[in-house]
Design a protein around this ligand. Structure first.
Ligand code: ADP
Ligand code: GLC
Length: 501
């Protein structure tokens, strides 16, 4: 039996402690996904107030310092982590080791992980997440005696400085540690003004075209992509798409130049948390063999959203309210959806202008369009169980998780043919339908005519109960657990370790 490969995974969010989107689902699930394949993963996240509170970490000087036993343990201290004092606590994420970067100057504040309570990005985000990267690089470089790592895995721009620090400013005497940089969304690049460079603690050589410099400023994701030993993104189709200007958002040239080191690995879902047979959030749990029980969930959802019952399908949306997610086009499609006898229940948070448009649509269609603004995990589960179809009209979607939850719950996905949506849903064309393998509906071009046509197709299929059941069952049979993708990440770490030898 070979020794486990030790991986340090760096992320700015992880379920169940802190979540704003799919990144948290993935970072939270990855340790368990790779464990069966001989990978010992430790996760490092920032100590936001909610994390510190949930883990019961005490303020500096508290009684728990350095104690052994079940609770968090103080492992390490930085007097000066890019200008702030910081402590590192060891805790656990499920059954797996967790490290928490407790740097009050950076993270102890009200609001979200990236923005203040008014939704404005924190002005010092460059500093906060550079510090996360610096801490990750220090740990990978052996800052804590007895805690070594074979590979560092950074997620998104918030963690992307770690590979850059290991490349340009590794801790003294550190072994070479290979790095993986995962792109969950290339639209968020962590770009900051040039004057911040001087405070990153990097040598002048890092201010280079193939280093940290990007369009005259500091490009954090760019720096990580340049420095990483391997790059991954969260679906094979997105890995292809980001080579093109429409999807690469300015980084397409870099992506093409590093193309030989880029892989696409589709996300899995946590099949324990997202299982309609055992989901505690549901009114009536069910399986593919007891789909009739979904009706009780549908009635409950209609009541939750004050919708009148009807013969047509109940569409659901669980989404950030942004143009990435096509929510502006959804607003345009509401009249069509309702005109054909459909109803809509939407759970979302985000852009205020989109929220306003949705409110107007709901006002035009009382008891046919129901809205819930905010973030509600249990409701997100109930919507997958009570909805007939989930709409995901994203302009781009690196992977997407809500369509996977829809598949698992028999809530038929109606999706744009892009990124992970293209890779995970099988369109109900004639051939797929007659072979019994179709799982949903795909459409090209996120605009009103194409969305309207997809809604028309969905409603027509819904009125053919045999075909609809077949879509639901095929989706529920499909395997989107972490089994395959966990193995794929493990193979990647192994490959990097082998390159070292
Ligand atoms: P993204 O990360 O781009 O937002 P994903 O589809 O990968 O998109 O992940 C979104 C995750 O966030 C899913 O787990 C989804 O259920 C959840 N989610 C999105 N909006 C809400 C909301 N308003 N309330 C509860 N969960 C939400
Ligand atoms: C990002 C992407 C989403 C993906 C998630 C997890 O938020 O927008 O498509 O599923 O990351 O990888």
């Amino acid at each position: 039996m070979t020794a486990a490969i030790r991986v340090l995974s760096l992320a700015s969010e992880a379920v169940p402690l802190v979540k704003t989107g799919g990144l948290a689902d993935v970072a939270g699930a990855l340790p368990a996904a790779v464990a069966p394949h001989g990978i010992a993963m430790t996760t490092l996240i920032p100590g936001y107030p909610a994390v510190i509170a949930a883990l019961g970490i005490e303020a500096a000087g508290g009684r728990r310092r350095g104690r052994s036993g079940g609770g968090p343990r103080l492992l390490h201290q930085w007097d000066d982590l890019l200008g702030e004092g910081a402590r590192l606590h060891a805790a656990s994420l499920g059954a797996h080791p967790l490290l928490v970067l407790d740097a009050p100057g950076f993270f102890a504040r009200d609001g979200g992980p990236y923005a203040d309570p008014q939704g404005r990005d924190w002005a010092d985000n460059w500093h906060r997440f550079a510090a996360l990267g610096r801490a990750g690089a220090d740990l990978a470089g052996g800052a804590v005696p007895g805690l070594g790592f074979d590979v560092l895995h950074a997620h998104d721009w918030q963690a992307a400085m770690a590979p850059a620090y290991l490349r340009f400013a590794p801790p003294a005497g550190a072994p070479h540690v290979p790095t993986v940089m995962t792109i969950h969304n290339i639209a968020f690049q962590g770009w900051f003004a040039r004057e911040n460079f001087a405070r990153l603690g990097l040598p002048r050589a890092a201010w280079a075209f193939d280093g940290v410099e990007y369009h005259g400023g500091v490009g954090m994701l760019k720096a990580g992509l340049q420095a990483a030993s391997l790059i991954t993104t969260v679906s094979p189709t997105y890995a292809e798409e980001i080579r093109r200007p429409e999807f690469g958002m300015g980084l397409e040239g870099l992506i093409v130049s590093r193309g030989a080191r880029l892989r696409g690995i589709v996300n899995g879902i946590d099949t324990a948390a997202w299982n309609p047979a055992t989901d505690p959030a549901l009114v009536a749990p069910y399986t593919a063999r007891s789909l009739a029980r979904r009706a009780a969930n549908k009635r409950a959802l209609e009541a939750d959203f004050a919708l009148e019952p009807g013969d047509g399908p109940l569409f659901v949306v669980v989404s950030r309210l942004t143009t990435q997610k096509g929510m502006d086009v959804l607003c345009e499609g509401l009249d069509h959806l309702v005109g054909l006898g459909g109803r809509l229940a939407l759970l979302g948070a985000g852009d205020a202008a989109i929220e306003g448009e949705l409110r107007k649509g709901a006002a035009r269609h009382p008891r046919r369009v129901g809205l819930h603004f905010g973030y509600d995990e249990a409701l997100a589960h109930r919507m997958q169980a009570g909805g007939d179809a989930i709409l995901v009209p994203s302009r781009f979607e690196p992977c997407g998780l809500t369509q996977l939850y829809g598949l698992a719950y028999g809530c038929v996905p109606v999706v744009a043919r892009t990124g992970g949506l293209a890779d995970t849903v099988i369109d109900a064309n004639l051939a797929a339908l007659s072979a019994g393998v179709a799982t949903g509906i795909q459409f090209d071009h996120v605009d009103y005519p194409h969305l309207a046509q997809a809604i028309t197709r969905a409603i027509a299929l819904y009125h053919q109960p045999g075909a609809w059941r077949s879509l639901q069952r095929a989706g529920m049979r499909a395997d989107f657990s972490w089994r395959r993708s966990g193995a794929a990440y493990a193979a990647l770490y192994r490959e990097l370790k082998a390159e070292q030898a």
